[in-house]
Design a binder for this molecule. Structure first.
Ligand SMILES: CC(C)(COP(=O)(O)OP(=O)(O)OC[C@H]1O[C@@H](n2cnc3c(N)ncnc32)[C@H](O)[C@@H]1OP(=O)(O)O)[C@@H](O)C(=O)NCCC(=O)NCCS
Length: 157
């Protein structure tokens, strides 16, 4: 779909990102994790902390006709903390466009590698875009244990 655009995230995007985060977990990642795990993951304890964290690093929103359909970010050491796409806009290339933006920024910062902790759901997407799994791990979230994968990708200059 070629009408998707990507722009830097603004403070006013906090509610849209929260909505996409919660819905992507509850409606998409739910196929790969148990209801208890999904419930533990799909929580935002404090909206102000959420908004501050989104604003604290480079981050981007994907839009389709002015509607927010996905978001991502890049922490200065090359870490992608967030990659979430709205459930109704899956499989349209939204995450791929967001990742292109991340890679461009990483190159500008002189990074030669980016990395993430991918969910079971996101692993095939990252593999398709050149990441490889370094190891699988178990993380604790609100009393539940969830599997994810430490993945990275080298960037050619
Ligand atoms: C993972 C996620 C971000 C992918 O977003 P998306 O916009 O649907 O991805 P794209 O449309 O850009 O897909 C790019 C490629 O990856 C492939 N891909 C994406 N998800 C896939 C899956 N679950 N299984 C197999 N392939 C997948 C696509 O087929 C596509 O391949 P192509 O280039 O050959 O067409 C999205 O599914 C999501 O939000 N998942 C739930 C939340 C989540 O787990 N986020 C990650 C937290 S670490």
């Amino acid at each position: 779909m070629n009408n998707i655009s990507v722009r830097p995230l603004l403070p006013s995007d906090a509610d849209s990102t929260a909505d996409i985060f919660l819905r992507a977990i509850r409606e998409v990642a739910a196929k790969d994790y148990s209801p208890g795990q999904i419930n533990a993951w799909a929580q935002i304890d404090d909206r102000a902390t959420w908004a501050n964290r989104r604003a604290s690093r480079a981050a981007w929103i994907a839009e389709l006709e002015y509607k927010a359909v996905g978001f991502t970010d890049l922490v200065l050491d090359g870490y992608i903390d967030m990659m979430f796409v709205h459930p109704e806009y899956q499989g349209l290339g939204v995450a791929s466009l967001l990742l292109e933006q991340v890679e461009q920024k990483a190159r500008e910062l002189g990074l030669n590698r980016i990395h993430t902790k991918a969910s079971i759901t996101a692993r095939p997407f990252f593999e398709r875009r050149g990441f490889r799994v370094l190891k699988s791990q178990q993380v604790k979230k609100r009393g539940e244990t969830l599997s994810n994968f430490i993945m990275n990708k080298g960037l050619v200059a």
